[in-house]
Design a protein around this ligand. Structure first.
Ligand code: GCW
Length: 713
């Protein structure tokens, strides 16, 4: 009798220990593979076997993922066989006879290279996961596992076709191991160890991206070092590309436009120079000799001091087309960035449009123009870039920022799903109603031969990859929206929470609400009502609306944007000011132009208004600003209370780390509120309403604050 009780107690502590250790081992490195519990709502029973007939590096991954995934989820080992029986999952391409018999010809054609079908054949009690290529089947396998983890088994009968052909991460990683605007440690690309040593992180990275459908990556910074195209580096790039390929990920590189002279010792890099053209043709051949399926080049040219075709009196089209001609024989593409502005060009928000519209239709078919979501630079909120919808004869791809350069780095919880969706769903009216940005860029409107979307990565060597556990959600969400831009930000947030933390209903509901509100909170405590670019120069971290740097470009300093004076605040971009509104299509143009009609979230983006300007809710501008800044601080304090109430619902280690980050965010929200209100108060001469919390800091103390962050190169 005693033995029996001893045994029960022994097994209890073993299981507890296992659970605790597995929970304690959760340090964020697992990403959205962390929670291996089956969703309670799932109706699917454990598959009797996984039937795979085809072999390839990718099919080896598929087999491993399904075996491990099903074993973890069902706590039952999943065996692989070629013998189909009731309860089997049949996994293979549409070419396989065992699979094809369950498919219709038109659906096979429709899904293209990346799309997949998951279908349950009830009459035979089997499920098929298929696509036209190995990587499509891999996407299907990850989708199947995600359904089991998140309980969305109504999605077991799906035909999934990605909205964008190319779903690409841009790493602003430098060859010296630093990451520009990166807040998650060093660059994960270990250039000094390559090609001999291959970090296991590359496979983990490939797996994470394939699980959310990302199929491309640009390994290096757009402020590109020409060295990346040297043979020494191409041998390193090849090793990385070989690691990523079985997961369906194409490798791309950012290039420096002056590589012919910097690397090739030519006397010029003029795109019209025959020697330069030959140099690029030879270089491209060399790149493809190492990486046969190389994706192409990302180019930042004549922007922020970088060299480009304009240095030689040529246009962006001349430069892009020269590279495009070199890449064409290899099916490579050029992603040419429209992030251009210069101090002499007037309103910075107008310049990309002014510079690129005249070039519409002059680019080769294998050139796509990569355009940031907003006209200035990844602010907490911007109106959309008017290039979208107006360049009707050129393919455009959105560039979104996943790393939080202007959003609190990796210290602030800011879920970007709402920002990405707000942008993608924006109606530009450029071809009448419903000319939304997602339709303009996914091929629906212009039937582009290339469709693509890029996200500036937030990944580094930190254990949890992104510096903040919740920043992983932004990487995840970029991938999920690049695959299906119709997914809701809330649904993706819940998906991510369940796979990363817990199925606990209260946890998922409460924390998805926090995630959904977090972007508005950061807008409120940083730049409400259309204010923008108030951060410290160079590091872009804390508030410095007063920042004046002798000799710095005016359009890199806050005063250029807020234009606060005794009369009021804001940038007059209306028809009485810079007339940036003229770049938008009716009815947007007239709506933005009239303060009474302009959406309040863009009010001070488009207008310079008096401190006593009356808003729709009857408050004057100064009072509303005080309310917004104060509310943003309260929102973060509410996030903290919500998180604290979650103690015990997830592993302690990650709970504590997130709790600490929220405490930093809360302190810094107050810092932003006080810095901005106390500074703008020196212009308005008005008091902060007594019914709002008092500032905790003194302006003169805040002005002395220096950041110990290394200004980014
Ligand atoms: O947001 C600005 C950043 C630069 C960045 C640049 C760009 C990579 O401050 O760090 O450089 O934009 O997008 O090229």
């Amino acid at each position: 009798m005693l033995n029996k009780y001893f045994l029960i107690i022994f097994l209890y502590f073993i299981t507890l220990g296992h659970w605790a250790s597995s929970q304690n081992m959760l340090d964020g490195s697992e990403l959205w593979f962390a929670n291996t519990e089956l969703s309670k709502s799932i109706q699917i029973t454990h598959p009797s076997s996984i039937c795979i007939w085809e072999t390839s590096d990718t099919f080896a991954i598929i087999e491993e993922e399904l075996k491990a995934g099903l074993t973890n989820l069902f706590n039952l080992s999943a065996n692989v066989s070629k013998k189909v029986k009731p309860g089997s999952i049949l996994v293979g391409t549409s070419a396989l006879k065992e699979i094809a018999k369950y498919l219709k010809a038109d659906e096979i054609k429709k899904i293209g290279d990346d799309g997949f079908i998951i279908r349950t054949v009830k009459s035979e009690n089997i499920t098929i996961i298929t696509g036209n290529t190995d990587k499509a089947v891999l996407y299907g396998a990850y989708h199947y596992l995600r359904v089991l983890q998140t309980g969305k088994d109504e999605e077991i009968d799906v035909v999934e076709i990605p909205d964008y052909q190319r779903r690409i991460l841009n790493h602003w990683d430098n060859l010296d191991g630093s990451v520009e605007r990166g807040y998650a440690g060093k660059s994960m690309w270990k250039w000094d160890e390559l090609p001999a040593k291959i970090s296991p992180k590359y496979i983990d990275y490939a797996r994470a991206n394939a699980s959310i459908g990302i199929n491309g990556t640009v390994l290096n910074n757009v402020n590109a070092n020409p060295e990346v195209l040297s043979q020494t580096y191409l041998k390193k790039v090849k090793v990385i590309a070989d690691q990523l390929r079985p997961y369906g990920i194409k490798t791309y590189l950012s290039i420096n436009f002056s590589s012919p002279s910097e690397l090739g010792n030519l006397s010029t890099s003029d795109p019209m120079d025959e020697e330069v053209q030959k140099w690029w043709q030879a270089k491209v051949r060399e790149v493809y000799s190492f990486i046969p399926d190389f994706g192409g080049f990302l180019v930042k040219a004549n922007s922020e001091g970088l060299p480009g075709p304009q240095d030689f009196g040529r246009t962006h089209a001349d430069g892009a087309n020269m590279l495009a001609d070199a890449l064409k024989p290899f099916n490579g593409i050029v992603m040419w960035r429209a992030f251009v502005y210069n101090p002499e060009g007037g309103d910075r928000a107008k310049q990309a449009y002014d510079e690129f519209m005249p070039l519409d239709g002059q680019f080769r078919k294998n050139v796509i123009i990569q355009v940031k979501n907003g006209p200035v630079d990844f602010q907490p909120r911007e109106p959309f870039s008017p290039l979208f919808g107006n360049m009707k004869k050129t393919s455009l791809m959105p560039e979104l920022q996943i790393t939080q350069e202007y959003l609190g780095f990796s210290d602030h919880l800011v879920y970007l799903g709402t920002l990405f969706k707000e942008f993608l769903n924006t109606d530009t009216y450029t071809l009448g109603k419903n000319t939304t940005i997602h339709r303009l860029t996914d091929g629906s409107v212009f039937n582009d031969s290339i469709t693509a979307i890029a996200g500036v990565a937030n990944i580094g060597t930190d254990t949890n990859w992104c510096g903040h556990h919740f920043a992983q959600a932004n990487w995840y969400t970029f991938g999920r929206l690049a695959w299906n831009h119709q997914l809701s930000a809330r649904e993706i947030a819940k998906e991510w929470l369940m796979q990363t933390f817990s199925h606990d209903h209260d946890f998922v509901n409460q924390m998805s609400c926090v995630m959904m509100e977090s972007r508005e909170a950061v807008v409120n405590y940083m730049t409400p009502l259309g204010l923008h670019h108030l951060m410290g120069w160079s590091h872009h971290y804390g508030p410095e609306p007063w920042c004046e740097i002798p000799g710095a470009r005016p359009d890199w300093l806050p005063a250029y944007y807020h234009k606060a004076d005794s009369f009021g605040i804001g940038f007059d971009r209306s028809s009485t000011g810079s007339n940036a509104v003229s770049q938008y299509t009716e009815p947007l143009r007239s709506m933005f132009d009239d303060p009474a009609l302009c959406p309040e979230e863009y009010l001070l983006w488009f207008h310079h208004l008096p401190w006593d300007y009356e808003l729709i809710n009857g408050r004057d501008l100064w009072t509303e600003m005080c309310c917004r800044y104060s509310y943003g601080v309260e929102q973060v304090e509410l996030f903290q209370k919500t998180w604290n109430s979650m103690e015990g619902k997830i592993d302690l280690a990650r709970f504590k780390e997130i709790q600490k980050k929220l405490s930093i965010q809360s302190t810094e929200a107050i810092w932003w509120r006080d810095a901005c209100l106390l500074y703008f108060q020196t212009f308005s001469g008005r008091n902060i309403p007594l019914w709002l919390n008092r500032p905790e800091y003194k302006l003169e103390d805040l002005k002395k604050r220096k950041f110990n962050l290394k200004p980014h190169s």
